[in-house]
Write a protein that binds this ligand. Sequence first.
Ligand code: PAF
Length: 281
Amino acid sequence: MELLRTPGEMRAWREAHPASLGLTPTMGYLHEGHLALVQRSLAENERSAASIFVNPAQFGPNEDFERYPRDEERDLRLLRELGVDAVYLPGVEAMYPEGYQTYVTVEGLSQGLEGGSRPVHFRGVATIVTKLLVAVRPDRAYFGKKDAQQLRVIRRLARDLDLPGEIVGCETVREADGLAMSSRNAYLTPEQRAAAVVLSRALAEGQARFAEGVRSAEVLRLIVSGTVGSEPLAELDYVSVADSETLAEIEGDIEGVALLSLAARLGAVRLIDNVTLGEGG
Ligand code: PAF
């Protein structure tokens, strides 16, 4: 497994390895959700690369960039064991050298939901993903559906900037009790971890009521917020029922496919999750 630390090293490796390539971009501290993306990449491409980069540009000034969990040695061992061919792990100075001033903004899709609570987040995500796709030039790049808005922002930027390669969305991997896997779960105390199951439980309730025929977006939002509100350790940031493609909030009844999503805090830990209502996903 080759380790590449600069865009130049990455590009040179790609030029020397023209076979079909899958890329799994990550911020490290890998969990089963990341490994499922890597496994899919390994199954669908002749070669696979992963990137590990905790991207400062996607964290707001009061967010957890400094304390974001990191364990490079363990991550590299896991990727080696799976059979990954190359890992791109640039330093901050390689990605954002002195004088850096170019950013990618996906306008409409970045604005609501996570963008409403985290104003610089998607500009940072769009910028780093563009840089990764340009340096690695994968045939396919793999992202989790847990970050539903991120996936849509990335699909949009790849289309709008005519970036080659397919953006592949992969199902959310969950713990046995339903909690969506996330590197941030590592911050939870045992009590918060037990309480965090309320996020997936609330979404499952919304899904069940939708299956029973409830179509009012407002009623579904109330069902979900009521369930989250019943857990004293959880503080709801938002619950959204939005058009699955445009992410525009639905005001009346759901007619096509909708994304039911939420963000909540358990102490200082902010978690997100979502499910799809209707066909597709
Ligand atoms: O989902 C993540 O881990 C990050 O947002 C990504 C896509 C690797 C960009 O930094």
